[in-house]
Design a protein around this ligand. Structure first.
Ligand code: BTN
Length: 333
């Protein structure tokens, strides 16, 4: 029996898919595939059956072998994993339909022991969660996912992790779409001053050790401008609205996971400063006049830099420098 969901069955299918694709639409014989993958021809046949059930159109011919005709929805987990070379992120991609929140689903999986790097992806969220207890509009067409992490770090790693995610998202949007996305501290992605992506890092920790972190990422990918509720229309946008056409959510997810993998490995080996440097190098709001709604105060000033712990440094109009640890930034026009 072929393992349908995880582990070696899934790995073999990935290798099989890459191997068949390498034939560029020509037939690959069962014998060649079985030699390349070091599995029996019966096993190849069984994996092909599973791939077909997952939406791959594969023609088979008794003498010529197998030929890949078409692939399913580009957000299918094998389609995304096929392109990844990550060591941690995307080791397992759980693709769900309509859920309340991928944060909640990932939390449950993490508690049951799901490994670091597991991605929980949904088509739609009915109760998407934003920062500071807000709700997050997440209809069909967007890219909504959460990643389970188990960093061998102290609980205060949360801010570097969410800054790191912001960099990964902005870099992926810029390289894939060429749109001028910028980072707004701590981790929103903006295009033309409107929010296109948001990040929520939730941590489960004992006093001095992290049990796990759920890193939630939401990108307004293929959402028509008119679908945003009235209260979001002037402050939010989508990649589709900016580009005038759809983006491949699978490619976007792949690019974000690759960036996260690289940045996370730097964070673990080089420390948080590597994240802060990457954040500074990514186009951002530093140098702009901003307004920050912080705990019990409203701060106006110039966004100067990020501090050694990731806090935002703002020069206020009276010349003082304020450190912002939690707050909502808006850019003054
Ligand atoms: C924010 O901008 O306030 C953070 C938004 C985070 C949204 C993502 S979408 C995937 C994951 N699931 C959620 O419920 N929230 C995060």
């Amino acid at each position: 029996m072929v393992n349908e969901t995880t582990g070696t069955g899934c790995e073999t299918r990935l290798r099989l898919l890459r191997a068949v694709e390498a034939y560029g639409g020509e037939f690959a014989s069962g014998e060649e595939l079985s030699r390349k993958l070091l599995v029996s021809r019966t096993s190849i046949w069984k994996h092909m059956r599973v791939l077909r059930a997952q939406g791959y159109d594969i023609e088979s011919h008794p003498r010529r072998g197998y030929r890949l005709i078409s692939c399913p929805n580009d957000l299918s987990s094998l389609e995304v994993r096929k392109t990844l070379s990550c060591s941690v992120f995307g080791c397992d991609i759980q693709q769900l339909g309509r859920v309340e929140s991928t944060q909640q689903e990932a939390f449950r999986m993490a508690q049951r022991g799901a490994p670091a790097g597991t991605v929980v992806l949904a088509e739609e969220q009915t109760g998407g969660r934003g920062r500071v207890g807000r709700s997050f509009f997440s209809p069909r067409g967007g890219l909504w996912f959460s990643v389970i992490l188990r960093p061998p770090l102290q609980p205060q790693v949360c801010l570097p992790l969410s800054l790191m995610a912001g960099v990964a998202v902005v870099e992926a949007i810029r390289s894939l779409t060429k749109l001028p996305a910028v980072l707004k501290w701590p981790n929103d992605a903006l295009i033309g001053g409107r929010k296109v992506a948001g990040i929520l890092a939730e941590i489960v920790a004992e006093t001095d050790a992290v049990r796990f972190v759920i890193l939630g990422i939401g990108v307004n990918a293929n959402i028509p401008a008119d679908d945003f509720p009235a209260e979001l229309r002037t402050i939010a946008t989508s990649l589709e609205a900016e580009l005038g056409c759809d983006v491949s959510r699978g490619k976007l997810l792949g690019a974000i996971l690759e960036n996260l993998d690289r940045r996370y490995s730097d964070l673990l080996s080089l420390g948080a400063e590597s994240v802060f440097d990457a954040w500074r190098r990514c186009p951002n709001v530093l140098g702009s006049r901003i307004k920050v709604h912080s705990v019990n105060e409203l701060v106006h000033g110039l966004a100067l830099d990020i501090d050694v712990d990731g806090a935002l440094l703002v020069r206020t109009d009276d010349g003082a420098v304020k450190r912002i640890i939690v707050g909502d930034v808006s850019i003054n026009e």
